[in-house]
Design a protein around this ligand. Structure first.
Ligand SMILES: NC(=O)c1ccc[n+]([C@@H]2O[C@H](COP(=O)([O-])OP(=O)(O)OC[C@H]3O[C@@H](n4cnc5c(N)ncnc54)[C@H](O)[C@@H]3O)[C@@H](O)[C@H]2O)c1
Length: 296
């Protein structure tokens, strides 16, 4: 259980959409929030509307920017104990074989590499703090169901989920909770954000037909405020999976049963990996309550 009241929460991509909604939900519970965003003007305007909030300039693709943002936050508000790695951009650069490598690297640096910089910036202090801490990573439902939209986006969100599993393993024994947020369609301005920030600036916002369609579909999605509330409850209740849109569950079930259908007889008859020893090498005897089969 994490009591949000009185905590300092840092939300990347906090000036808009889901990040802003998380910041509002934390503030409602008595936290002081750092609204950290590359769009500093918007961050300032949003922070002015939230009691005790501070606007922080942050480009999540730069480790130096993370370090400066952490220092500014510490001076303005104090030590961070709730960290939301939420800033993210869409992909959308066509077929894999034609994908622009510059856009690919950009999507990965915002959606994936930023999590490493963020951890290097905040986790050592969290571990040393002696205070209950919590990290929320925003992945997506597309991390659980491989949808046919941008490969770079889908792959980057699979990576976010993978990093979240890694954190969950690593933080066992520390007083740091981890949640991974996998929203379905949410009515935000992510399509415009992506068009505005993408390095080539070719595919600008809503002029591209596919992006306009995507924007229109997302506007039929859930209100970000509902997602933000669910995240705050997950932090309070120390829940790992935050899945606001249960209508996706049959697709997730289908996907996992597809994976399971790939298991056949062992390629080497009679062989069975010694999973107990494998886990023991990392001082583990179980994984999140999963049953580990007995060693052969
Ligand atoms: N909207 C959806 O349907 C949906 C669904 C699943 C997951 N998500 C994820 O939710 C997260 C938030 O997106 P959103 O939908 O609220 O979009 P949004 O565009 O409303 O908000 C994203 C914020 O991130 C900021 N940002 C982008 N690049 C940045 C950078 N380099 N450094 C710092 N800030 C940066 C933007 O300025 C913006 O304020 C993203 O990770 C996105 O992938 C969104």
């Amino acid at each position: 259980m994490t009591d949000i009241n009185g905590k300092i929460a840092f939300v990347s991509g906090g000036a808009s959409g889901i990040g802003l909604a998380m910041a509002q939900a934390f503030a409602k519970r008595g936290a002081r929030v750092a609204i950290a965003d590359i769009d500093f003007d918007l961050a300032r305007r949003q922070a002015a509307l939230i009691d005790g909030a501070a606007a922080i300039e942050l480009d999540v693709t730069s480790e130096d920017s993370w370090q400066m943002a952490a220092e500014t936050t510490r001076r303005a508000l104090g030590p961070v104990s709730i960290l939301c790695n939420n800033a993210g951009v869409g992909g959308g650069s066509g077929k894999l074989e034609e994908y622009d490598p510059e856009i690919w690297r950009w999507v990965y640096s915002v959606n994936v590499h930023a999590l490493l910089y963020s951890a290097r910036t905040f986790v050592p202090d969290m571990k040393a703090s002696g205070t209950r801490c919590h990290i929320v990573n925003t992945a997506s439902m597309v991390a659980l169901v491989p949808t046919p939209n941008s490969i770079a986006y889908v792959a980057s969100k699979f990576a976010t989920l993978g990093i979240s599993f890694g954190m969950r393993n690593e933080f066992e024994g520390f007083d740091i909770g981890v949640s991974v947020l996998c929203p379905g369609m949410t009515a935000t301005r992510i399509v415009q954000t992506t068009g505005r920030l993408r390095p080539d600036n070719r595919n600008n916002a809503l002029t591209d037909e596919r992006m306009k369609t995507m924007h229109d579909i997302l506007q039929t999605g859930m209100r970000p405020e509902s997602v933000g509330e669910m995240v705050a409850r997950a932090v309070e209740g120390d829940e790992f999976y935050v899945l606001p849109s249960p209508e996706w569950k049959p697709m997730v079930e289908g996907h996992f049963s597809d994976i399971l259908s790939g298991f056949r007889e062992p390629a080497q008859p009679g062989h069975s990996d010694d999973l107990t020893s494998f886990l023991k090498a990392w001082n583990k005897t179980e994984m999140f309550g999963y049953r580990i089969p007995d060693a052969p």
